[in-house]
Design a protein around this ligand. Structure first.
Ligand SMILES: [Zn+2]
Length: 49
């Protein structure tokens, strides 16, 4: 399971339709709204590595 970085929900990578790639890393979301929030402010939600 992956974690939705916006709402911290567990997301199944295999089934979610809501994904985005930021700086070479793929992020998974529970909903289109969470993906949209991430896409608007990726640096706010992306892993700080
Ligand atoms: Zn979410």
């Amino acid at each position: 399971m992956a974690k939705d970085p916006v709402c911290d929900m567990e997301v199944a990578e295999a089934t979610t339709q809501h994904t985005t790639t930021h700086q070479g890393k793929t992020y998974y979301f529970c909903s289109a709204d969470c993906k949209k929030a991430f896409d608007l402010e990726p640096d706010k939600y992306a892993d700080k590595n």
